[in-house]
Design a protein around this ligand. Structure first.
Ligand code: SIN
Length: 316
């Protein structure tokens, strides 16, 4: 019988890790979120060597993520973390919005134990399926970590949840933490950590609106060649409350877009700048006066602005 010491709870939400295709050679024409979390666990016999519990929280392609699912996921993770017999929680998830979920959990959870997100770039039916090893590695990290915080384990690397970004659409090593690099590696079940895990920020699950309908409307606009700013005026007229601008380079804005953003700000809309560069974020203080999201991706900056407008103003 498996030991009850160091129980790891695995929460399933869908994604390619739970995806299937008609052919084992098909790595793109598959359906995500087809297998239940119990099937994912059963496919990795080594998991039976420790105490495991599995729960299906959602079954979606993560492109369709909603605040209702995020809110329920955060509630379930927190409830399991608070059980004395639980050593850590693993979440299986799609890769496409993993950086947003990781950032949400980092901001809201009281993660005094490890919360380890994992995913896969190939469906479970693929010749190259990466899900089973990623799941085993995630459970090993949850057991070995000895510290709290939200991380992601994919491709044998451990990433900080707040720093995570998807940087490749197809390759197995699709994730990065930008210049920060990984927190460590997981090799044959052994965690080799190279730096401390950032502590989760513990705003509490209720810092997150419970549904998209209950959330302040925050949209993302992009600064680009030929920007006119008319989409900003249209969004303000339609009632948007926050705008994240995916800015060029180190946070610069096309002059036409900037004029429209000033009009939006004068109308009471909060604006937050993130860089549209894959690496680097926005460095240093700008003289522009526009608030900066630092190293957050535009999608993470959008979550941050939702949290702020929902009632919290702490910086990331
Ligand atoms: C998803 O994000 O749910 C589908 C794509 C993936 O997991 O790679």
């Amino acid at each position: 019988m498996a030991s009850s010491i160091g129980k790891v709870v695995i929460l399933g939400t869908g994604g390619t890790i739970a995806g299937t295709a008609a052919s084992a050679q098909d790595n793109v024409g598959y359906s995500a979120a087809q297998l239940g979390v119990a099937q994912l666990v059963a496919a990795v016999p080594a998991l039976a060597e420790g105490s495991i519990e599995a729960e299906q929280v959602a079954q979606i392609d993560s492109k369709d993520m909603t605040l209702a699912v995020l809110h329920r996921l955060a509630q379930r993770v927190q409830a399991h973390l608070d059980r004395p017999e639980v050593a850590g929680v693993v979440v299986t998830h799609g890769t496409d919005t993993l950086e947003e979920t990781a950032f949400v959990l980092h901001r809201v959870l009281h993660a005094h134990k490890p919360v380890v997100l994992t995913a896969a770039m190939r469906p479970a039916t693929s010749l190259q399926a990466d899900g089973p090893q990623n799941l085993l590695d995630a459970v090993s990290v949850a057991r070995a970590a000895g510290q709290g915080g939200v991380v992601a384990v994919i491709g044998a690397r451990v990433w900080a949840g707040a720093e995570l970004r998807k940087v490749h659409s197809y390759r197995l090593d699709a994730f990065s933490a930008g210049d920060a690099g990984p927190l460590g590696w997981i090799e044959e079940g052994v965690l080799r950590a190279v730096r401390m895990w950032p502590a989760a920020q513990g705003l509490g699950v209720d810092a997150l609106p419970a549904t998209d309908e209950a959330a302040p409307w925050v949209a993302v606009v992009t600064s680009h060649a030929g920007a006119r700013g008319r989409e900003v005026d249209a969004l303000v007229a339609a009632g948007v409350r926050g705008l994240v601008v995916a800015a060029t380079g180190n946070g610069t804005l096309h002059m036409q877009l900037e004029s429209a953003l000033r009009r939006a700000q004068d109308a009471g809309v909060q604006v937050l700048r993130a860089s549209r560069c894959a690496f680097g974020g926005i460095v240093g203080d700008s003289t522009s006066g526009w608030p900066s999201a630092g190293a957050l991706t535009p999608a993470q900056a959008r979550i941050e602005l939702v949290l702020r407008l929902h009632g919290h103003t702490a910086a990331p």
